[in-house]
Structures are given as structure tokens and as C-alpha cells.
Design a protein around this ligand. Structure first.
Ligand SMILES: NC(=O)c1ccc[n+]([C@@H]2O[C@H](COP(=O)([O-])OP(=O)(O)OC[C@H]3O[C@@H](n4cnc5c(N)ncnc54)[C@H](O)[C@@H]3O)[C@@H](O)[C@H]2O)c1
Length: 505
């Protein structure tokens, strides 16, 4: 008897529910139920015959009965019919019984798949049916885009969700999993096929990270090349991008090559940009190795490089195929970079998840839990606002102050430390505006002290303000800053007078 909760695979006809379900059931050693096949077996008729002789209502009644029956069982992999979970009540029943995943496919793919199968009862008017079911499908907690993926890859994605991977839904439909755990670097090789890494991959890393971790991937992935670039923000530029393009050509990388970004946020941003542009875009897997890149930069698809005139001025949105976070790699991180990552964790706690603000969690022993909670904040934000037109801006709490510090000090102050100071400034501004009280400002100061992060810097306020006012987000000289409305709640304030801002600098 398998006591695990059920895995239920649903989605429109032609999305591969049955094939994927069979593979998944084999992989997890579970019983597989194809609802349509079971209904046919029990009715001793094919589904087209049930539709013809008894009508759709009768078919739906049989389907409903079966859903209630299966929801009471455990350990199954169930492939539903395409319309089975369209009704709220049926969907909720299955959601309560386990993990429900909706498979999506582009209309073109469905058209092609249906053309190959003439036995579907509803295939004739499928396009309007497709449209009418979208809102119901969208309410299913996990969405997987199947276009361009093999059934094995999709089954692996569902297995990952079942193991507790997080999942990010992306604007184009579909999404990508985020695997978090100890020892995942070695697991990558074992799952190479399902992760899409069995073909040619180019691992791109830097001179610090590559010698420690790249070999484990190089040795075990079937066809992997390594490109190593110099370490540091100073190299996150178009010259390095160009050097990477050249190397990729030398390695014969084509559109089927997958890039693995192995490193911190600098590598993730730059390799993401290469993946977005090389041959008009090739697959990307992010393996972030700093706390900051795990909880922030590897998720959400913002990629790019710096120009001498400013940071991240050239960029794109490039969603990874997956993000693999092996929390063991944090052991080799310098304390400075741990602290810098913690500044972003504190930010996530302040804007959305105050439970992250518990100092007992801020250590390597709790890294997996800490990263998981902090990443979830980023996911929640980027799913609602993938292109930063609204609440994604909240992730910039402290960043306008911080970026200006980096600029004025010519990047002598690391990003995380600059952000930590920026958060204090944003908190003081929020207090001056009457949103939060002194006690919360004091608490934030104490977080920085506990983590060894700075709380202030001696900068000329005029230069600081001038650097802030070149921020990409300020429009026509009008300020745009993120403030705290409360603990766990942020807001964007526009057009604050210069005096108010300079008062906290
Ligand atoms: N795209 C986004 O949404 C986003 C969000 C936040 C920050 N960023 C960008 O991220 C960058 C900062 O990222 P970062 O803080 O990770 O810096 P980083 O990539 O420079 O890494 C910091 C240092 O740690 C080293 N390192 C990385 N992993 C290591 C490991 N496991 N063990 C030992 N050393 C290791 C690196 O080589 C580097 O020297 C900035 O360029 C920033 O603009 C992007």
C-alpha cells in the first residue's frame, strides 16, 4: 500500500496526460489510473460511444463518481479526462487528495496532436473548448508547459514537484521548477536526461567557482564543455559576453545546447543574457551558488550586463528551464557574501514574510529552509508582476539608495552591504512619512548589527541624491522609492520632494 498523496495530471486533450502519467507511475513505482480508460472499461463502451448513446451529462456523472472514489485512495498517479476538473467542486476534491498538475500546450501543438488522432469525441470544435476551459485550468496550483519537452522531462518535473520543488509560473504559460536541497549538484548528473542536460551543455562559471564545483558536473554530464570567465562585477559586461559567444562557437554550440550558469548573481545575469541572445535564444539552467543569487537573482528571468555608464543597463527577460539550488555550496562562501545575501533575505522578510526575520534561522544549518522561504517571496512577486510594472518594484526596497552608494563609491562597497544601508534609509524615510514606528527602525538596525552589515556610510548627501536621481525607475526627475507601509508590506511612493529624501541621507 502506498500512503503518499495522489498525483493528479490534468489538462486539455492532446497535452500528453496519459503518456506522462504512465512514465511517472513507473518512475515512482505507483499504480497508474487513466480515468477515461477506467470509465470505458466499466461502461464496456468507448467514450465516443458513451457520448453518442447516453450523452455528455451521463459521461460527466460517471466521471464525477470516479473522482470521488479516487480521491479517497492514496499513492496513485491519475490522468484525468480533459474536462474532468473544469467544475470547481471536482477540482477542489482532487486538490484535497494530492498534488494536481495541469499540462499545457500551445494551440499549434494541440492541433497537430489532434490531427494525428481522429478518435476524440470533442475534437471537432476543440478551439472554442480550449478557450472556454482556460480559466478553470488556470486555477490548478501547478502548471507545466509541455511544448518542446519530452514526456520523460515532464514526468521528471512532476516528480520534482512531488519531492517538494517550488514552481514558478511564467507569463508565456508554463513555468519552471526550482529544486532546493543538499547534494543536488550530484543529483543533476543522475537526472541529466529529465533535466534536458543529456545533450550538449556549456557550463559557464568564473575563476573562483569553477575550480570548486564545475568538475562535478563536467565529469558526470554526458556532453559538457566549460567556459570560465574572470570573477567580479567589473567583468559583467559586453566584452565578457562577446568572449563567451566566441567560446560557444568554438565548442559548436547550437540551438540545442543548454547553458548552465554556475555561480553567483554576476554569472547568472550574464549567462542569462547570453542564453537570451545567442542564436536568438537557447535553453538556460541556473545553478546559483551565492545566497543572494539563490534567493533573488536566479529567479524571475531578469538578466543583463553593465555598461560603464551604469549597472544592468543592457538586459532581457530570459526564463530558465530550471533553477537548481544545492545549499551545500554555501559552505565555501566567504562570510562577506553570506552577509550580503542575508541583506536580501531581510528585505524579503520586511516586504512580505516577517517569519524570515528570526535570527535563529540565519545560519548554514537552516539554509535549506531559509532559502526555500525567501525564494517563495520572490516567486510570489514575479508570478504576479513578471515584467516589473507593479509590485515587483517592492523587491527594490533599499536598492535605489544602495545602487547610488555603489555608484558613488565606484563599487568599493559590495551590493549586499549597500542594500543593507539602503534598507535602513528606506526604513527611516518610511518612519518620517508616518508609516512605521521607531521600534521597527531600531529592529532593522539591530538585524544589520547581528549580521555584521553596515547601517550607514559617510557620503555627501548631494552626491548621493544626485546618483539616486539617475535611477532607471525615476521618471522625468520625479523620485520613485519603495517604502515600508508596515512590517511585511511595502509600497512605491512617487514624487517625494528632495528635502524629504536628503533628510535621511
Ligand atoms: N537579475 C536579478 O534579478 C538580480 C537581482 C539581484 C542582484 N542581481 C545581480 O547579482 C549580482 C550580485 O550577485 P552576487 O552577490 O551573487 O555576487 P557575485 O556573483 O559576484 O558573487 C560574489 C562572490 O562570491 C563568489 N562565489 C560565488 N559562489 C561561491 C561559492 N559557492 N563559494 C565560494 N565563492 C563563491 C563569486 O565568485 C564572487 O567572488 C549583481 O551583479 C546584481 O546586479 C541580479
Amino acid at each position: 500500500m502506498n500512503f503518499a498523496t495522489n498525483i493528479v495530471i490534468t489538462g486539455f486533450m492532446g497535452t500528453g496526460k496519459t503518456t506522462v502519467g504512465q512514465i511517472l507511475a513507473r518512475k515512482l513505482n505507483r499504480e497508474f489510473i487513466d480515468m477515461d480508460a477506467l470509465i470505458e472499461e466499466r461502461a464496456r463502451m468507448t467514450i465516443p460511444q458513451i457520448f453518442q448513446r447516453k450523452g455528455e451529462d451521463e459521461f460527466r456523472a460517471l466521471e464525477r463518481q470516479l473522482i470521488y472514489e479516487l480521491a479517497l485512495r492514496n499513492g496513485l498517479v491519475i490522468a484525468t479526462g480533459g474536462g474532468a476538473l473544469v467544475q470547481d467542486e471536482m477540482r477542489q476534491t482532487m486538490i484535497q487528495s494530492g498534488l494536481v498538475v495541469c499540462l499545457n500546450a500551445s494551440k499549434a501543438d494541440i492541433r497537430q496532436r489532434l490531427a494525428e488522432n481522429q478518435h476524440r469525441p470533442l475534437a471537432a470544435g476543440w478551439e472554442s473548448l480550449f478557450e472556454s476551459r482556460q480559466s478553470a485550468y488556470a486555477q490548478i496550483p501547478y502548471q507545466i508547459m509541455t511544448t518542446g519537452k519530452t514526456p520523460e522531462e515532464i514526468a521528471a518535473e512532476i516528480a520534482a514537484l512531488d519531492r517538494g520543488a517550488l514552481y514558478v509560473n511564467t507569463p508565456a504559460g508554463g513555468g519552471y521548477p526550482i529544486y532546493i536541497g543538499s547534494g543536488l549538484l550530484d543529483w543533476v548528473a543522475k537526472e541529466a536526461e529529465s533535466l534536458g542536460l543529456a545533450k550538449h551543455v556549456a557550463i559557464i562559471s568564473n575563476e573562483t567557482v569553477a575550480p570548486i564545483y564545475a568538475d562535478r558536473l563536467l565529469r558526470t554530464l554526458p556532453r559538457a564543455d566549460l567556459i570560465t570567465v574572470p570573477d567580479g562585477e567589473a567583468y559583467k559586461n559586453l566584452d565578457t559576453v562577446r568572449a563567451i559567444y566566441d567560446q560557444l562557437l568554438v565548442f559548436g554550440a547550437d540551438r540545442s545546447t543548454t547553458l548552465i550558469a554556475l555561480g553567483g548573481g554576476v554569472i547568472g545575469d550574464m549567462v542569462g543574457f547570453v542564453a537570451a541572445t545567442y542564436m536568438r535564444g537557447i535553453p538556460l539552467v541556473q545553478i546559483p551558488t551565492t545566497l543572494l543569487s539563490m534567493v533573488d537573482s536566479s529567479v524571475g528571468g531578469k538578466v543583463g550586463v553593465d555598461l560603464p555608464q551604469g549597472k544592468n543597463l543592457i538586459g532581457a527577460f530570459k526564463q530558465p528551464r530550471s533553477v537548481i539550488i544545492d545549499t551545500d555550496v554555501l559552505h565555501s562562501l566567504l562570510p562577506l557574501h553570506w552577509r550580503c545575501g542575508m541583506a536580501e533575505v531581510i528585505k524579503h522578510g520586511l516586504i512580505a514574510r516577517p517569519s524570515l526575520l528570526d535570527p535563529d534561522l540565519w545560519n548554514l544549518e537552516n539554509a535549506e529552509y531559509l532559502v526555500r522561504q525567501a525564494v517563495q517571496v520572490k516567486i510570489d512577486v514575479v508570478e504576479v508582476d513578471p515584467y516589473e510594472r507593479g509590485i515587483r518594484a517592492h523587491l527594490n526596497l533599499g536598492h535605489t539608495f544602495g545602487h547610488a552608494i555603489e555608484k558613488v563609491t565606484q563599487y568599493a562597497i559590495p551590493h549586499g552591504e549597500a542594500v543593507a544601508i539602503g534598507i535602513v534609509k528606506a526604513a527611516r524615510l518610511s518612519r518620517n512619512l508616518g508609516f512605521i514606528d521607531d521600534a521597527l527602525v531600531e529592529r532593522i538596525l539591530k538585524f544589520n548589527w547581528q549580521l555584521g552589515l553596515p547601517t550607514d556610510i559617510a557620503l555627501d548627501p548631494e552626491r548621493w541624491y544626485a546618483a539616486m536621481s539617475t535611477d532607471k525607475k525615476w521618471k522625468a526627475g520625479l523620485s520613485r522609492l519603495v517604502v515600508l507601509k508596515n512590517l511585511g508590506e511595502a509600497a512605491v511612493i512617487e514624487g517625494l520632494p528632495k528635502e524629504d529624501i536628503c533628510a535621511v541621507l
